[in-house]
Design a protein around this ligand. Structure first.
Ligand code: FAD
Length: 633
């Protein structure tokens, strides 16, 4: 048994993006929590690109904010450039992307975890998981102490069994220069958790003063005030630029001539790499017809001179990296401060997890972040938040929070992982989400804050602000439906300017807004509001009115999905006793043991006919159990 001081409700192993969110959520829900991190100076380290957000990833960050998470706040506080992406596309895929000062981002999280009530942060290298009677009881650490808890979250990122590759060089390591976690993966396997290998790579970092940026295209912030967090006022970020350069025939020649020296092609690595973030050698090999690839040079912090090279990750030998870098315009005299490299690491097969992120094999043991086979700070933080919430609920003996695919991108992310699994680093994409129109960036608060409020993660002041904002939008939608707009010369010339046909008869203000070219600003000019919505409220209002029909259809689909999700499957269901099931389906159902009919239907290879059989069987089972209960009475 651990000493009283080391007995907690929740233990979180790992101080990365997932671990910090998990520990903050659990502690904010009142759980006595310890965050154990092998090296405190790497808290919330951005080991790769110093940016947060983008389509789908940005949705996850905003959803985290709506649930009471911290990443959006860290991104806002450390942003040096913030842009809205996909403005020419539909509202469902618009999202924010921030370029962050990586030191400020890490400092924000460090301060947040170190000042959080109920949370103790300790530098500890966790070596062993302590399991007793099928339940996680605690962990053992390198420095000696035994820690005990009712629930444990493992968020070890790329450190578990980490091995770095640069050309022919390969050595045991966490992200370059960090200590790897060697013992913990062995202990996890002993506890029955199955693991595989994955890899991911990063770019060389250059010294800013060695670059000639004068001939390159600079990209700055958008002029629109923006914020990731639901709780921050939008801000315009000025004074930061990243620079566009391009690889060319000479770069590609160097890569091609040295491909045999790349560990990617020598067979030295077993793990699969990220499909959506291929290395420059992968791009050159896979797309030989392309003569050039864009490369963004991004200063990483105001407190050093390092420049990240977006789209230029590599694990070629150092001398080749230098030659490749110097073949890029503006980089002819570049000095490499840190080399690019690949890291290979252990991940756990995520199909071993329940939708709460708790393992099926060991009660009270949760996993979150890159260790679950994902890639990216946003995917990690979102999972960390969910795992932290559920660890706190488990410690209280309460049922877990499960988010469905119709409620949140986070629901889609977790469902994809636990239902389909992944054998390459999983990245969140808008195309993975079938209910995109109702899972928007602008309505994340409306979808998820009521849950965050119930969990105690949204305080009265924030809740009050949200309610006032929703009321402004709802009242204005109602007003626009009722207000009449008459044709006039002024209106028709404004419509002509917007590229919309003139109005010939009186219509409701809402109908006028339904025209694709017409904005709320135009309508409000001719039908002034006593309490007009502001900022993102306008986007939410426009989308709700313009896409009403589509939104309604998606809501009906989600309601149907909810019915299927509501049919629970007993964890010990004997699938071999269900007549007519295809044997492939039976094997897959037995292997995954889905928690409900909805999840069963999403297992690849399980057919709608099998789901029908399963549903009929469950009904029969319920009727029989009902009869038996009546007889017993
Ligand atoms: C080389 C490289 C390339 C990358 N490329 C990309 C990319 O292209 N795109 C992208 O989106 N993301 C990329 N990333 C991924 C990004 O860094 C991660 O997705 C993100 O950091 C994952 O967050 P996490 O919290 O799960 O893990 P991490 O940030 O890795 O944090 C893990 C934490 O666990 C701690 N820890 C581990 N084991 C123990 C132990 N036994 N005891 C105590 N503490 C422990 C570590 O100290 C660390 O604090 C890359 C990362 C690396 C290293």
């Amino acid at each position: 048994m651990a000493g009283a001081e080391n007995r907690y409700d929740v233990l979180v192993v790992g101080g990365g993006h997932a671990g910090c969110e998990a520990a903050l959520a659990a502690a904010r829900m009142g759980a006595r929590t310890a965050l154990l991190n092998l090296y405190l100076d790497n808290t919330a380290l951005m080991a790769c690109n110093p940016s947060i957000g983008g389509p789908a990833k940005g949705h996850l960050v905003r959803e985290g904010s709506a649930l009471g998470g911290e990443q959006a706040e860290a991104a806002d506080r450390s942003a040096v450039l913030l842009r809205r992406l996909n403005t020419s596309k539909g509202p469902a895929v618009q999202a924010l992307r921030a370029q962050c000062d990586l030191k400020d981002y890490a400092a924000h999280f460090t301060m947040a975890v170190e000042t959080q009530k109920n949370l103790h942060v300790r530098q500890e290298l966790v070596t062993d998981l302590w399991v007793d009677g099928g339940r996680a009881r605690g962990v053992k650490t390198r420095y000696g102490p035994l820690y005990e808890a009712k629930a444990i979250v493992i968020a070890g990122g790329t450190y578990l069994g980490g091995r770095v590759f640069i050309g022919d060089e390969s050595f045991s390591s966490g992200p370059l220069g960090q200590v790897p976690s060697k013992e913990l993966p062995r202990s996890l396997r002993e506890a029955g958790i199955k693991t595989g290998r994955m890899r991911t790579d990063t770019t060389p970092r250059l010294h800013l003063d060695s670059l000639d940026l004068s001939s390159l295209t600079a990209q700055g912030s958008s002029g629109e005030p923006l914020a990731f967090s639901l709780w921050n006022e939008g801000k315009i970020y000025e004074g930061y630029f990243c620079y566009l350069t391009r690889s060319g025939p000479e770069t590609h020649r160097i890569v091609r001539e040295n491909l045999c020296r790349s560990p990617l092609y020598s067979g030295a690595m077993a793990g699969r790499g990220p499909r959506y973030c291929p290395s420059i050698e992968d791009k050159v090999a896979r797309f030989p017809e392309r003569e050039s690839h864009p490369v963004f040079l991004e200063p990483v912090s105001g407190s050093n001179r390092e420049v990240y090279m977006q789209n230029f990750s590599t694990s070629l030998p150092f001398d080749v990296q230098l030659a490749m870098v110097r073949s890029l315009p503006g980089c002819e005299k570049a000095r490499i401060v840190r080399p690019g490299y690949t890291i290979e690491y252990d991940y756990i097969f995520p199909t071993q997890l329940l939708p709460s992120l708790e393992t099926k094999a060991v009660g009270g043991l949760f996993f979150a972040g890159q260790v679950n086979g994902t890639s990216g700070y946003e995917e990690a933080a979102a999972q960390g938040l969910l795992a932290g919430i559920n660890a706190a609920l488990t410690a209280r003996g309460e049922p877990p929070l499960v988010l469905s695919r119709g409620e949140a991108y986070l629901g889609v992310l977790v469902d994809d992982l636990v239902t389909r699994g992944t054998d390459e680093p999983y990245r969140m994409l808008t195309s993975r989400c079938e209910h995109r129109l109702i899972l928007r960036h602008d309505n994340a608060g409306r979808r998820l804050s009521p849950i965050g409020r119930k969990l105690g993660l949204i305080d009265d002041c924030r809740w009050g602000r949200l309610m006032a904002s929703w009321k402004r939008v709802d009242d204005e939608i109602e007003r626009l439906e009722g207000a009449r707009i008459r044709p006039s010369d002024g209106l028709n010339s404004a419509l002509a300017e917007a590229g919309s046909p003139p109005l010939s008869e009186t219509v409701s203000a809402a109908d006028l807004l339904r025209r694709p070219e017409v904005t709320y600003g135009l309508v409000e000019k001719f039908s002034p509001s006593p309490a007009a919505p502001v900022g993102e409220e306008i986007l939410a209002l426009e989308v709700e009115i313009k896409y009403e029909g589509y939104i309604e259809r998606q809501r009906r689909q989600v309601a149907r999905l909810a019915k299927m999700e509501g049919v629970r499957l007993p964890p010990d269901l004997d699938y071999s006793g269900i007549p007519g099931l295809l044997s492939e389906s039976r094997q897959k159902l037995e292997a995954l043991r889905p928690v409900n009919l909805g999840q069963a239907g999403r297992i690849s290879g399980v057919t709608p006919a099998d789901i029908h059989l399963l549903s009929v069987w469950l009904n029969a089972l319920q009727r029989r159990d009902g009869r038996e209960e009546l007889q017993e009475d």
